[in-house]
Design a protein around this ligand. Structure first.
Ligand SMILES: *Cc1c(COP(=O)(O)O)cnc(C)c1O
Length: 366
């Protein structure tokens, strides 16, 4: 039995008519930029995230970039983040001319280890960018405490964790602002690129709003240099159909994760750790296994989808070599890149499919 890592076709089949109707509305009105769908989605995502304001943008990457630009982070500044993340986190810091400063992860959650942040702070530090990896939020209380003591902004990279919670607070609602991605493989995915920034800070909201449209206000008068970071209304229309399902889809992912956890008990498979005070939305179900690379080959030969998120930590990426980090600088992140493996966890998986995955993993381990 074939089991893909993600199957968007089966999900689309359940909402196809509604999506087509919503997209048709956009096409019929020819409101091709901005408009009521974008505004409606902003309101809905702000509400779902426990935030006052939201600004729809062109991608998760542009959500991060717009946040950094709106907070006036620039050349000469430093931003503290994790080396165990998707490239966009660090790429966005680099692109505003600031210097990414890495601190290692907590090996249990794969998220920033808050204890390591304070020693990394210098006079140049302007912000902390925690990443809520795989669907679970970072340990925000100590992160906010250290940010408060040092007057730093906190930009939550919540691309993988929309509506996930930490002590009953939603992802994106604790820091200065939070960034979401609507990349199709995220829990709330569009039919192309899209993203959003949420915040409770009114003046930051205003800046984000202007910055997404070339820093223009009023028309053809530019106070800041922004960009074209606008969210496509066809994406907004699609996401408006999907958002009401997000709760049930996340629940189904948690159910799948619990199913795997039970089957992998007392085996060499290290199942994901979720803190008592967190609820994960399982953007990925990531295990640690011995002989990981061999297992990838074995699973693929059995047509079972799996993926390594992420094989190379950011401090060892060629494009950041001028930062002069070296192997051994962040041992937990480096260890994770060698051991992690993501298995299919999408909501529509059947028990038979999960059993096929479990069987193959355990067969390989003998
Ligand atoms: C997906 C992702 C992004 C970037 O989002 P895009 O919409 O693809 O630009 C940023 N950070 C993390 C952690 C992500 O997983």
């Amino acid at each position: 039995m074939k089991v893909p890592l993600l199957d968007l076709i089966s999900q689309y089949a359940t909402i196809k008519e509604e999506v087509l109707a919503q997209v048709n509305e956009v096409l019929d009105t020819q409101r091709c930029i901005g408009g009521p769908k974008v505004e409606e989605l902003e309101e809905a995502v702000a509400k779902a995230s426990g935030c006052k304001y939201a600004v729809g943008v062109s991608s998760g990457t542009d959500a991060l970039l717009n946040s950094l630009m709106s907070l006036e982070i620039k050349s000469g500044d430093e931003v503290i983040t994790t080396p165990f993340t998707f490239f966009a986190t660090v790429g966005s810091i680099w692109r505003v001319g600031a210097k990414p400063v890495f601190v290692d992860i907590d090996p249990k959650t794969f998220n920033l280890n808050p204890e390591l942040i304070e020693p990394a702070i210098t006079k140049k530090t302007k912000a902390i960018m925690p990443v809520h990896l795989f669907g679970q939020m970072a340990d925000m209380d100590p992160i906010m405490a250290v940010a408060g003591r040092n007057s730093l902004a906190v930009i939550e990279d919540a691309a993988q964790s929309i509506t996930s919670t930490y002590k009953d607070k939603k992802a994106g609602s604790i820091g200065t602002c939070g960034c979401f991605s609507f990349f199709p493989s995220k829990n709330l995915g569009g039919i192309g690129d899209g993203g959003m920034v949420v915040t409770n800070d009114e003046s930051l909201y205003h800046r984000l709003f202007i910055m997404r449209n070339h820093g223009m206000e009023p028309k053809y008068y530019h106070t800041y240099v922004g960009g074209n970071f606008r969210l496509d209304p066809i994406q907004a229309a699609t996401l408006l159909v999907k958002l009401p399902h997000l709760k049930a889809w996340s629940k189904a992912r948690r159910k799948n994760a619990a199913y795997y956890n039970k089957k992998f008990k007392n085996t060499p498979v290290q199942t994901p750790f979720v803190r008592e005070d967190c609820e994960s939305i399982y953007n990925q179900y990531v295990i640690r296994v011995p002989r990981r690379d061999e297992m990838v080959e074995y699973l693929r030969s059995r047509e079972i989808g799996c993926e390594i998120y992420y094989p190379v930590p950011m401090h060892l990426q060629e494009c950041f070599s001028s930062l002069r980090y070296k192997e051994g600088d962040f041992p937990e992140s480096e260890k994770a890149t060698k051991e992690v493996l993501a298995l299919p966890v999408y909501p529509e998986l059947t028990d038979e499919m999960k059993d096929t995955v479990v069987q193959a993993v355990l067969e390989f381990l003998g």
